[in-house]
Write a protein that binds this ligand. Structure first.
Ligand code: ACM
Ligand code: ZN
Length: 755
């Protein structure tokens, strides 16, 4: 066995040269996701087969079932064909690389030979070569190839929140099956939260009986005022037998299920069932609103023992060595006012409530360590001192991960700006409701699990990463898939691939192959990544509008009102120019259509007298909200309520000043300033807008001073002038009743409409 393996390896090593002499394609143009480390193929030759036959010699019945189910999803091999079967055989290869699930595949004599170093690597091999097979009519085709591959990171995870919305066992199985196909190996199951307790705990039946259901659910985005509720009972839970079913299903696909039991925060569902677990012992309902709530687990002995009982059942149920104990977003208001909690601070010689939280987590760490388990906590568990055996899940950014790795702790990276798939994946104007933000496919693809600040020595502590799916705005399983795919393909590249391709090649793989795979698995994947975006640039006499598509295949721009149709190809080179004119404002619809994937997007364009005017920003915008600063305010596109950092300029440091140089050939009667109010995101209307006029930029005359009452402030322009200076005065602090009270508010500015 060993000798054969060695020869096989040598063959692979010299593969490049051998193949080069035969004029064979060397580049890894295989469209496999995640991209294998090494791949060569004779693409000119194709062999034809009628079906796929797995040699069961080294397969368990369970493995065969999974493999066969994938084949059945991808290909229709029921029809008769003259061609022979494509045989697949598996040979074990002892290797030091079994920990990275290394496998090799070679194709010869109508057979795919798989050499595997771990049980998991058998399925990884199958997922890879299935992506090389094409079906035409009733036959399967494959070209001779060699492939060698292994995993980059050992933690390749996806997280799913089943508390905000509940998903069935069958849906969880679908979630897990496609994960396995893309070589993920950790399923983080978020089982308890304020809005629902979802796992049966035999000792405490009320957890699911009461805590599994809420009476109402907030409609729309939770920041929408006034809030309205859907007053229907909502919920569900998994019995322990069902949990085992999920664990076993995942295990058959080499996926470990990591349960999360949240503490001390996000505990409202548990407290609804057993009010004595909280500091106030007040009877409270399971929450139907999203957010962070003050009522958390008390640090009293009864609650600590309750949680140990819960963790005992959880530890018995889940074979995973890791158990996630939450630890995030636990407000300390109740602990500050609680005699027992304050007494514990004194009794255990702690400095404050943060140290009390550390003490709390440490109780669980010690308890689970004795049971041979390890805890994972969100990065807040660093506050007040990190528990000795804890692994940190770094979500607020990279900082928690960097710090924990310096302390010698293991880390799983899941920074919100790259890994939160509940964020919008594209322009929110065209997307179904999401929590906010923007984590585009390209952004996900740019993610490196190892933050640059982590030293060579500490890299070993970064186990990998995972994408998280919080489901406040994801009521159906269809939408789970829509938010997850294809972003999970990008994440799989980041986690598995030692030979990650360029983003363009990744898009090519989606277009040419993965869209077929996802359809075959019946995944409701999003095509938003392919939607062309419109961007613009201020020019001397107007604006230039660009259509950008992800695969650079050309975009057709259609300008509705004028009937003007321009074909732009290839993109980034051509564009449509729209000139400023002295006429009354007109509103056009500009539609960009990407022909290859047949996606399009439309945007209202305001052709006003200020299009493309020269704007000098005297106050720089905040770096996070500073896209296209020269053109943003006069590009004809209005910022929208479902804002992202793309279409507003944001400021949060005192007065905002800028000068607009007017066009002498145009008569201006008024200008209006676009502003945004979104209190949940600290964005407030400013107090006042002042405007000054000047012909030389030295002597300024104040012409307007408007108190701001709405999101558009109008200023009359009576006299002819060359320059206008705007001074926008925000309030100094966010008032007490709002999110971010006491901090500087953000002012969001967009289109200045001149008429
Ligand atoms: C989290 O997103 N609160 C971990
Ligand atoms: Zn308390």
């Amino acid at each position: 066995m060993k000798v054969y393996y060695l020869i096989f390896s040598l063959l692979l090593m010299v593969g490049d040269e051998v193949f080069a002499q035969n004029n064979i394609v060397l580049k890894s143009e295989n469209n496999i996701i995640p991209t294998p480390e090494f791949f060569t193929s004779e693409r000119a030759t194709k062999s034809k087969f009628k079906n796929i036959e797995f040699n069961t010699a080294n397969l368990t019945a369970e493995e065969l079932t999974v493999m066969q189910s994938w084949v059945d999803k991808l290909f229709d091999t029921k029809k008769n064909s003259e061609a022979p079967p494509l045989k697949v055989d598996f040979t074990p290869a002892k290797s030091a690389e079994s920990s990275s699930d290394m496998y090799e595949i070679a194709f010869s004599s109508n057979t795919i030979h798989v050499k595997y170093t771990s049980e998991a690597s058998k399925l990884y091999a199958v997922s890879s070569f299935l992506q090389l097979i094409n079906q035409k009519d009733s036959a399967l085709f494959i070209s001779p190839f060699r492939l060698k591959d292994k995993a980059n990171f050992s933690w390749r995870g996806l997280h799913l929140d089943v508390c905000r919305h509940f998903f069935s066992i069958d849906e969880l199985k679908r979630f897990i099956d496609i994960m396995a196909f893309y070589k993920y190996n950790k399923f983080h199951w978020h089982l308890t939260d304020d809005q629902g307790w979802r796992i049966e705990i035999k000792k405490y039946p009320l957890l699911t009986e009461i805590g599994g259901y809420r009476d109402s659910t907030v409609n729309d985005h939770y920041s929408t005022i006034p809030r309205t509720y859907n007053v229907e009972k909502y919920g569900g839970f998994y019995m322990q037998e069902q949990v085992k079913e999920v664990i076993n299903y995942a295990q058959a696909r080499n996926i470990t299920v990591i349960p999360e039991i949240e503490m001390p925060g996000h505990a409202r569902a548990a407290i609804a069932a057993y009010p004595e677990l909280s500091c106030t012992k007040q009877k409270l309902p399971v929450v139907g609103l999203w957010g962070v709530f003050d009522d958390i687990f008390c640090s009293n002995e009864k609650t600590i023992n309750f949680l140990k009982d819960v963790l005992t059942e959880v530890a018995d149920l889940f074979p995973s060595e890791y158990i996630h104990i939450g630890g995030d977003e636990a407000p300390k208001a109740r602990w500050k006012a609680c005699g027992v909690c304050q007494n514990n601070i004194k009794k255990y010689n702690l400095k404050d409530e943060h140290e009390l939280q550390s003490w709390f987590i440490k109780q669980m760490d010690e308890f689970l360590t004795k049971k041979g388990k390890k805890i994972i906590g969100w990065d807040e568990i660093l506050e007040g001192g990190l528990s000795p055996n804890a692994t940190v899940m770094s979500w607020q950014g990279n900082q928690g991960g960097i710090q924990a790795s310096q302390m010698g702790h293991d880390v799983i990276m899941t920074p919100v700006n790259f890994c939160y798939f509940d964020y919008y994946q594209a322009d929110s104007r065209y997307e179904p409701l999401a929590i906010g933000g923007l984590v585009s496919l390209e952004k996900v693809y740019s993610f490196n699990p190892i933050p640059p600040e982590v030293s060579e020595e500490n890299k070993k502590h970064i186990l990998g990463a995972q994408a998280n799916l919080w489901t406040e705005y994801i009521p159906t399983y269809d939408k789970v898939e829509y938010m997850e795919y294809p972003r999970a393909l990008a994440m799989s590249q980041n986690l598995w691939s030692l030979n990650k391709t360029t983003y363009d090649d990744f898009i090519k793989a989606i277009v040419e192959k993965q869209s077929f795979v996802l359809k075959a698995f019946n995944i409701n994947y999003s095509q938003s990544f392919a939607r062309p975006a419109l961007s613009s640039k201020a020019m001397q006499s107007g604006v230039r509008i660009y259509g950008n598509s992800p695969d650079n295949k050309g975009v057709e721009i259609d300008i509705n009102e004028s009937g003007n149709k321009e074909f732009i190809s290839p993109i980034h080179k051509d564009s449509v120019d729209i000139n400023r004119s002295n006429e009354a404002m007109r509103i056009y619809t500009i539609t960009a259509t990407e022909n290859r994937l047949n996606t399009s997007s439309s945007t209202q364009f305001y052709l006003h007298k200020g299009i493309g005017l020269n704007v000098e920003l005297l106050t720089p915008p905040h770096p996070s909200f500073s896209n296209n600063p020269k053109s943003m305010l006069v590009d004809g596109f209005k910022g929208i309520r479902q804002w992202s950092n793309r279409d507003w300029l944001g400021f949060n440091d005192g007065n905002i000043e800028f000068i607009v140089n007017l066009d002498e050939n145009i008569t201006y009667k008024k200008v209006s300033v676009g502003l945004l109010s979104d209190h949940s995101s600290w964005i407030h209307l400013p107090k006042e807008v002042m405007v000054y006029a000047s012909n030389n930029g030295k002597k300024w005359e104040k012409i307007a001073s408007e108190q701001v009452k709405s999101e558009r402030v109008e200023i009359k322009l009576d006299k002819k002038t060359k320059k206008l200076k705007f001074v926008i005065v925000p309030f100094n602090k966010i008032p007490e009743v709002f999110n971010g009270a006491g901090y500087h508010p953000f002012t969001f500015l967009d289109e200045l409409i001149f008429e």
